[in-house]
Design a binder for this molecule. Structure first.
Ligand code: G4P
Length: 530
């Protein structure tokens, strides 16, 4: 195998998803610690000062003290080159959170052991399932009193509809957390609190048959309970099956405590064995192989004004095949132009690093003079193909936009169109009007503030937003629909996107069901196409 193929095959690119506060940041921090990317855990996002340093880029984030955007971290561990795509943890997350999952080959789902499956996990999980990407579950905070382990697994299976396969099994929780039992090696790994940022290693491994030792470490009651649970588990849980894991049908489950740094390295080691090398991607000419094919990439995120001093806009792209070299010329398919990407960079913790080369599986950010859109393809100049578009995710909050100074119509239309092009918001129109009546839809309400702030600060346009009661939007899949004949519920609203595609807004799920019932053959979808 050539060096080039080695470089690609050692890449592992995954996203971390969780409900806010489940411990995603803490876990990421510990991963970086193992990778040697930071010296002491905590320095990536140590509370007040640097906590949001990784992706803070807009005043609004600082004012609110939350991260609006997602970022990418790269580090090396055990011969692998790992790219972690962080997704904003706040509940006011945006479509970017969803799109980030489009750029990952697998996802790590962090669940708080005392809370189980929570709302945001459910939403993100849906996208993983749609893409059939492998999902790895880390049940965190075992150093606190946890829900019953079997119940937790049951909840994942029932709520998310995915089979579970525990790779290890917790012994006690909270004050009585004794460690985990590793099923593959039939060893108990005893719990030790290494919160201060040292690496694991002090933990003792005890074979399940070493009775005396086991008794002295976990005590008689826990030993008995563990043996009972192992029996139950071996009889009842889904069997380990790598094919099913890689097809996204079965999730391996791990238990640990990110804060006290227990179970993190065990997780990392197993995870790296099970997760995939960069996967081939679908394009209009067929699957593009990451190693066989020359450079290609697609844009999954556009971020404006990361650095206010430069008023720049950065397009993030996932390299899907081949090697990228900063000096080479590439073709931007949608723009029909051959160009050199400017200032290719990688975001590493709180700094940006200018890159000279990158490989399939990597994420790079390039300076965007306003030419890229979400979903665009880049490839070698001699080639001509397009990656499958990134779906448009259903916004859940809607508002009518009123422009306060009608003299600034041009700036307003320019501003709102550009912000929509970056994918932070979606804009729609009343069905029978033009740009004068704009309805904006967002995935998280924070995006309303972002829109208002940016229009004022970047385009000098003031707006007022009037919230609308709708919570659900559906794209109409039927090609030959006569909208005038469509019979919906009284609270349904017909709108169109900028391309003129018809859409429906609903106040509740019930109305969606009624509308489908009343219109024979009507097909509605939660995801639109770019
Ligand atoms: P997030 O990114 O998913 O939103 O969660 P984050 O890592 O910020 O963790 C949320 C809170 O949970 C933090 O506490 C963090 O210290 C705590 N935490 C994370 N993992 C564990 C764990 O394994 N055990 C326990 N007991 N706590 C954990 P905080 O008080 O909000 O912040 P801080 O003061 O600790 O920074």
């Amino acid at each position: 195998m050539s060096n080039f193929a080695d470089e690609i095959n050692k890449r592992r690119t995954f996203a971390i998803i969780s409900h806010p506060d489940a411990g995603k940041t803490t876990l990421t921090e510990k991963f970086l610690l193992y990778g040697g990317a930071i010296n002491l855990a905590g320095s990536v996002k140590g509370k007040a000062t640097a906590r949001h340093a990784v992706s803070d880029w807009m005043e609004i984030e600082k004012e609110r003290g939350i991260s609006v955007t997602s970022s990418v971290l790269q580090f090396e561990y055990g011969g692998f080159c790992i790219n972690i795509l962080d997704t904003p943890g706040h509940q006011d997350f945006s479509e970017d959170t969803y799109r980030t999952l489009m750029a990952a080959d697998s996802a790590v789902m962090v669940i708080d052991a005392s809370k189980g499956v929570e709302a945001q996990t459910r939403k993100l999980f849906k996208v993983c399932v749609m893409r059939r990407i492998p999902i790895f579950t880390f049940i965190n905070k075992m150093d606190r009193d946890a829900n019953d382990t079997f119940e937790l697994l049951d909840e994942i299976e029932k709520e998310l509809g995915i089979a579970t396969c525990p790779i290890n099994w917790p012994i006690g929780s909270g004050k009585n957390f004794k460690g985990v039992y590793e099923r593959e090696t039939r060893c108990v790994i005893t719990y030790s609190d290494t919160e201060k940022g040292t690496k694991e290693g002090q933990a003792t491994r005890i074979g399940i048959d070493e009775e005396e030792l086991l008794l002295s470490h976990i005590g008689g009651d826990f030993k008995e309970q563990l043996f009972d649970e192992i029996d139950l588990l071996d009889g009842a849980s889904a069997e380990y099956d790598l094919d099913r894991i890689q097809a996204g049908e079965l999730t391996p489950v791990f238990f640990g405590s990110a804060l006290t740094n227990f179970g993190v390295e065990i997780f990392l080691q197993h995870f790296l064995k099970m997760t995939t090398t960069p996967l081939p991607r679908k394009a209009d000419i067929g699957l593009i192989d990451p190693v066989e094919h020359d450079f290609s990439a697609f844009v999954f995120k556009i971020q404006a004004n990361m650095n206010k001093a430069h008023r720049d806009r950065v397009a993030f792209m996932r390299i899907c095949s081949g090697r990228y070299d900063a000096s080479m010329e590439v073709k931007h398919i949608q723009g029909g132009k051959v160009m050199r990407l400017s200032q290719p960079q990688q975001i590493m913790a709180d700094e940006r690093k200018i890159l000279s080369e990158a490989y399939a599986g990597d994420i790079i950010g390039v300076f965007d003079p306003g030419i890229f859109s979400i979903g665009d393809t880049l490839c070698m100049p001699k080639e001509q193909f397009q990656y499958e578009g990134i779906p448009t995710f259903a916004p859940e909050h809607f508002a009518r936009v009123r422009q306060l100074d009608t003299m600034k119509r041009k700036q307003f239309v320019k501003g709102i169109t550009q912000i929509a092009q970056e994918g932070a918001i979606q804009i729609f129109q009343e069905f029978n009007t033009g740009m004068e009546e704009i309805i904006v839809g967002v995935v998280g309400v924070l995006q309303f503030d972002v829109l208002k702030y940016r229009l004022e600060n970047e385009y000098n346009v003031e707006i007022r937003l009037e919230n609308l009661p709708y919570e659900h939007i559906r794209w109409i899949e039927n090609k030959d629909i006569d909208l005038d004949k469509l019979t919906g519920t009284s609270d349904m609203k017909k709108i169109k996107d900028l391309k003129g595609n018809p859409l429906l807004l609903f106040v509740n799920q019930w109305s969606i069901g009624m509308t489908i019932e009343r219109n024979n053959g009507l097909i509605l979808s939660e995801f639109g196409r770019n």
